[in-house]
Design a protein around this ligand. Structure first.
Ligand SMILES: NC(=O)c1ccc[n+]([C@@H]2O[C@H](COP(=O)([O-])OP(=O)(O)OC[C@H]3O[C@@H](n4cnc5c(N)ncnc54)[C@H](O)[C@@H]3O)[C@@H](O)[C@H]2O)c1
Length: 349
């Protein structure tokens, strides 16, 4: 058996600590150091018996990790990841990959030139139900994908916005939450060629959007819509429907994504596959529905297992910096479309 991979954590807040809980369950890797300027992280490091650093550069030099998980604030993602890559350390970088496309391009260049891998934490792609959905789509179970509906409608409690930055421009649900849904739509349905969008802040009145309606034209010709709001008492969202994160009580029977093709349809997260018996059947015949089975496994654990393989050079990242950059480009195109009222094309990465 291989010696456990020595992984450092940079940014030991809510998400960083979630990664540690999942790391605890794996024998292939172990925590070797924590870096975070918040003194509370020193207590955490002491509890876990690993060295503490307030500065990640110092940690890279002294603790010499073999890999690093980066879960610090968004605006530090790119520079921290570049520092690790330059030091020869593969990283699992939390989403969003960065805040601006130009900085992401810099990270892509440095990572590709050095051959040091960056895996971006769009963890839903590691959920086995998404892997099964992707396999069904790849096998042609839906025929030609034609119509895509994605819903993200839930209510964040008012207290969520007590933290000032959450009310300020740039921290809205597009970059914080819908980035996950848009990344999954790209993963399942292919690249988006063009978007139109309307956003509004009429429910809460903060600087950020609290309601969005997006039209998506996929490169394969499929058309889609994504409607979202974080101010509505509604169940339709990956968070509430999928049961992926136990902090959200699950709405087991409600879908959040509906994918329809010429030969079948799929509702997620139920993985219900709709189709007719005969290929020329139509709305007068019974539409059959089967719930597809998939193996149970936690997305964050599977992501870490994949990261360990990536760091050992045994796999290429399922979500590279360039790939995650294309999801960020889609967010930027939606913002631009909402501002201008024009159809916009995501920038190239
Ligand atoms: N994948 C997901 O579903 C998911 C969910 C939540 C958060 N996130 C992402 O995780 C990241 C962290 O979010 P969070 O909710 O844990 O925030 P948080 O505020 O709880 O944690 C951020 C931590 O980073 C630390 N930090 C600040 N400057 C630092 C530096 N220079 N070096 C190292 N650490 C530094 C802070 O002290 C804090 O402990 C964000 O990028 C967020 O988008 C992802």
């Amino acid at each position: 058996m291989q010696t456990p991979l020595r992984i450092a954590l940079i940014g030991a807040g809510v998400m960083g600590q979630q990664h540690l809980e999942h790391l605890d369950g794996l024998s292939q890797a172990r925590l070797c150091a924590i870096s975070d300027p918040n003194p509370q992280a020193a207590t955490l490091a002491e509890k876990r018996g690993v060295p503490y650093f307030s500065d990640h550069q110092q940690m890279l030099a002294d603790a010499k990790p073999q890999a690093a998980i980066i879960a610090n604030p968004n605006n530090l993602h790119v520079q921290t990841a570049i520092d690790c890559v330059v030091a020869g350390i593969p990283v699992l970088l939390e989403k969003p990959v960065g805040v601006h496309l130009d900085e992401v391009r810099r990270l892509v260049t440095v990572s590709e030139a050095s051959g040091i891998a960056v895996l971006v934490g769009h963890h839903r792609r590691h959920n086995p139900l998404i892997a099964k959905a992707r396999a069904l789509l790849d096998a042609g179970a839906l025929g030609q994908l034609t119509s895509v509906t994605a819903l993200w409608q839930l209510r964040k409690p008012d207290s969520y916005f007590d933290i000032p930055w959450r009310r300020e421009a740039g921290a809205g649900m597009l970059l914080t939450n819908l980035i996950h849904d848009l990344d999954l739509l790209r993963h399942l349905c292919g690249e988006v060629q063009s978007v139109q969008a309307v956003t509004s802040n009429q429910a809460r009145g903060f600087a950020n959007e609290d309601c969005v309606a997006v039209l998506l034209q996929f490169a394969n010709g499929a058309l889609g819509s994504l409607t979202g709001s974080d101010a509505v008492a509604a169940p339709w969202s990956w968070e509430l429907c999928s049961g992926e994160n136990p902090v959200y009580p699950q709405q087991v029977d409600q879908p959040c994504y509906l994918l329809s093709g010429t030969r079948g349809a799929l509702s997620l997260p139920q993985l219900k596959h709709w189709h007719y018996d005969a290929s020329d059947a139509g709305w007068h015949q019974p539409l059959l529905a089967e719930v597809q089975a998939y193996p149970a496994a936690e997305a964050l654990t599977r992501q870490l297992e994949h990261f360990i393989e990536v760091a050992r050079g045994e796999a290429v990242p399922i979500v590279s910096a360039a790939d995650a950059g294309r999801t960020l480009a889609l967010i930027e195109a939606i913002r631009q479309a909402a501002e201008t009222g024009q159809a916009c094309t995501p920038a190239q990465i």
